[in-house]
Design a protein around this ligand. Structure first.
Ligand code: SAM
Ligand code: SF4
Length: 361
């Protein structure tokens, strides 16, 4: 088994993208959605609510955010019809996120409706896990194939601090229940925050020894947070390899099916695996295959930038819908430049005004 000496970007921005070479596909021509850089888009992340029962320090302000009134949020029927439209355009993978998606009373109807859309082959959910002990089974029965559960610490007091009030035991229970079900994948999303949980990387790696999950270490992204907070709490996750070496753990890259930008590895003998998502220290835009829909029905081509357009009004009119989607895709930026991260260094574009809970991550 070979060990990897240092973090290796699987995305070197210039390698594949040949700027200007790829033609933007027009709605009538093909079922494949491509952006101006030739990237095929087959994946939509839908934030089905901006509401949440937690206030994670990297995601929401302590006092919360003014939530959209109910009539501003896409209804279940609109979401399903929107997915039908997307499926006609070549989208096959859907992730439901939020806010906290399991807070929606109609989450099971939405999941089942999407799972039944012809052409949708992969339905997944990202959740804080608080309601999973009750909902994991019905979600699986509704057609959800993969789960991402957010968990940044194994320490109850720390969990309470990071999430501003959450109960760790509830998430662990949810994780336990989900693990008894035949989900194709369970991933744990761990945002690494300097001064809060970087000392638990070892514990999370150890967790993969006995648990068939994929722990994904995620860098704190400068979205919706104060610059000062982000600068002081950002932690580059490449230290994970050093931890493996110090512990004498042999690890190797693995292929781990998924739609995300993570690079995946497995420690020899472990049942689970780990992944790195490092949008800040290492650009991951080269293979971007996704669009995002916000809870209020706006389509975003990039997580980071301000550009977005409402598609809600056109959901009932496929031609108009398709045109809107292509318009949004046509201005998709080549990359997010999160490392520059700041308005004053990027002259021609503005970072999004939205908080992560309003986009879905
Ligand atoms: N509430 C659900 C949850 O927490 O899993 C879904 C929505 S949440 C916005 C989706 C993912 O974004 C979570 O895994 C969360 O940890 C991550 N996230 C939120 N803010 C972030 C930030 N500033 N940087 C990196 N990841 C962030
Ligand atoms: Fe809520 Fe998820 Fe944001 Fe935490 S990360 S505040 S659980 S939306």
């Amino acid at each position: 088994m070979t060990t990897t000496p240092a973090i290796v970007c699987n995305q070197t921005a210039e390698k594949i993208l040949q700027e200007g070479q790829a033609e933007l596909t027009s709605p009538a021509e093909t079922k494949t959605l491509r952006d101006p850089y030739g990237r095929v888009h087959d994946y939509i992340r839908i934030s089905i609510t901006d509401r949440c029962n937690l206030r994670c320090v990297y995601c929401m302000p302590e006092e919360g955010l003014p939530f959209f009134p109910t009539d501003k949020v896409l209804s279940g029927d609109e979401i399903i019809q929107m997915v039908e439209n997307f499926a006609r355009m070549g989208i096959s993978k859907i992730r439901l996120t939020g806010g906290e998606p399991l807070l929606r009373r109609d989450i099971l109807e939405i999941a089942q409706g999407i799972a039944n859309v012809p052409g949708i082959t992969d339905l997944s959910v990202t959740t804080n896990g608080l309601a999973l002990s009750r909902l994991a089974k019905p979600l699986w029965e509704a057609g959800v194939k993969r789960l991402n559960i957010s968990l940044d610490t194994f320490d109850a007091a720390r969990y309470k601090t990071i999430t501003r009030g959450g109960k760790l035991a509830k998430v662990l229970k949810g994780l336990e229940v989900a693990s008894t079900l035949p989900f194709e994948q369970i991933k744990i999303n761990t945002v690494v925050i300097r001064g809060q949980n970087e000392d638990e990387l070892t514990a999370f790696l150890r967790y993969t020894f006995d648990h068939p999950v994929n722990v994904r270490f995620i860098e704190f992204m400068p979205i919706g947070t104060e610059r000062k907070q982000w600068e002081s709490q950002y932690y580059g996750i490449e230290g994970v390899f050093e931890i493996c070496r110090q512990n004498g753990w042999d690890y190797a890259p693995i292929d781990y099916a998924g739609n995300g930008p993570s690079e995946n590895y497995q420690i020899r003998g472990a049942r689970g695996s780990f992944g790195l998502i490092h949008p800040v220290s290492c650009q991951f835009c080269e293979g971007c295959n996704r669009l995002r829909v916000t809870a209020d029905g706006c389509l975003k081509s990039c997580l980071f930038w301000d550009d977005e357009d409402s598609i809600r009004e056109s959901i009932g009119d496929f031609e108009a819908f398709s045109k809107k989607v292509h318009q949004v895709l046509a201005v998709k930026p080549k990359n997010h430049e999160m490392a520059l991260a700041r308005q004053e260094e990027v002259k021609d574009k503005k970072p999004t005004w939205r908080h992560m809970s309003q986009i879905g991550g």
